[in-house]
Write a protein that binds this ligand. Structure first.
Ligand code: ASP
Ligand code: MG
Length: 417
């Protein structure tokens, strides 16, 4: 049993769906779980629907219509006009519209998950039907029957025991199963939850773990894991092999190729993870697994944009002690700020956070009641693994470095944009 994961970019148009079929065909795998994300940028599109809906903005209908039309454009070249897939996708849309009409909740995270999940439900319906059309018999599986979580909407935590049982009941080890990335259901009311943006890789890892898969392949529009993001750096190098540990570090610092949570379950069972190009399915790509830390031995550059640097000092110039810092963390946690880097001196404490859930305003108001607070928005956090001094100097050149931290293997720079 193997697990394949296809992200939104791989199924952004009809050509992409055809290509997915040819990748599955070429692989010649008989027993496979295929995890698929929402097509193209459809999760972003649904996020707009959420905003329009909650703000009672009339553009709502517009953006839902765009969502519908986007999928129709993909389906038309793939299926005959009377194919049953049209009925299935329009049923999905009816369920979504029904939710929009009947829902009374104003809990944004809950509403978000009930709406946003339809991207994956649509994509898997289309992919599953198109695989069938091409002679690849498969079962469409509702991931919400498998991935059981708590009710932490938008970033749900997996209940591993229940999920393990559910997956073993739902997935037949023989044959091909197509299922949604990113989705689960919470255990109390079975409401849809999501596992955090870009969470489909994690879904692939959960299935692989529970089914003892022999490996996982993430199919991407890049040749594998590179030592730097080609959008920001020239002369990137393809990594042939990285250890789980190194991959976890890179993902933690923000390397966007692999979702950070993905690696832990795989590492526990030593299931190799391949990252390969869906344009070039027979080339080796990158293997994350047991063995050497990194091959070839190169420095890795990771960049996280739009971070916030907060600098706090005590109002009375007393030292920033454990209790102060404890308070800071309590509020960072409360406002769901992801902490990227910390540094303290006698009377000040600096922290770089990712304002993922748009809570900066209330956080600052809270912190200001306890500390003197200054902050810089839109800073970029560079993390460099195993860099030489020359490489660091080069990176610093012509930039305003607000904060710098160096450990044996890692240098981090906070740069003002
Ligand atoms: N469709 C979701 C997202 O865009 C999950 C994923 O792509 O992994 O965040
Ligand atoms: Mg996506």
């Amino acid at each position: 049993m193997k697990v394949f994961k296809f992200g939104g970019a791989s199924v952004k148009d009809a050509e992409g769906v055809k290509n997915l079929v040819s990748v599955v065909k070429q692989s010649d795998e008989q027993n496979l779980v295929v995890v698929v994300s929402a097509m193209g940028k459809m999760t972003n599109q649904l996020e707009k629907v959420v905003d329009g809906y909650l703000l009672k903005n009339n553009e709502l209908t517009g953006s839902l219509q765009d969502f519908e039309e986007f999928h129709l454009t993909i389906m038309k070249p793939l299926f005959d006009a009377n194919h049953e897939v049209y009925k299935k996708t329009s049923n999905l849309l009816s369920v979504l519209k029904e939710f929009l009409q009947s829902n009374k909740s104003t809990n944004r995270a809950y509403v978000y998950d009930q709406i946003v999940g339809f991207g994956e439900l649509m994509s898997t319906t289309i992919v599953s039907n198109y695989l069938n059309e091409n002679g690849i018999r498969n079962t469409w599986l509702d991931a919400r029957k498998c991935i059981v979580t708590d009710a932490n909407f938008r970033d749900a935590n997996v209940d591993w025991d229940t999920t393990q049982k559910a997956i073993n009941e739902q997935v037949t080890v023989k044959g091909i199963t197509v299922t949604q990335g990113f989705l689960g259901a919470e255990s109390t009311n079975n409401f849809t939850v999501t596992l955090g943006r870009e969470g489909s890789d994690y879904t692939a890892a959960i299935f692989a773990y529970c089914l003892n898969a022999s490996n996982v392949t993430i199919w991407k529009d890049v040749p594998g894991v590179l030592n730097a993001d080609p959008r920001y750096f020239q002369n990137t190098t393809l990594l042939h092999h990285i250890s789980y540990r190194e991959a976890i570090e890179l993902a933690f610092y923000g390397a966007s190729v692999i979702h950070p949570k993905t690696l832990q379950p795989l590492q526990r069972k030593e299931i190799p993870l391949f990252v390969k190009s869906f344009y070039d399915p027979t080339s080796a790509g990158t293997c994350v697994g047991k063995g050497v830390q990194i091959d070839p031995q190169v420095s890795c550059f990771i960049l996280k944009r739009k971070q916030v640097l907060l600098s706090l000092s005590s109002l009375d110039f007393s030292f920033m002690m454990e209790s102060h810092i404890g308070d800071v963390f309590k509020w960072l946690h409360h406002y769901k700020m992801k902490v990227e880097m910390i540094q303290n001196s006698a009377i000040s404490f600096s922290v770089v956070v990712d304002n993922k859930y748009d809570n900066l305003g209330p956080l600052i108001t809270k912190l200001r009641s306890i500390f003197r607070v200054t902050w810089n928005e839109n800073v970029t956090l560079y993390t460099i693994r195993r860099a030489s001094n020359v490489e660091i100097e080069q990176l610093e050149k012509d930039k305003t470095v607000l904060l710098k931290q160096q450990s044996r293997e890692t240098v981090q720079l906070v740069i003002k944009e």
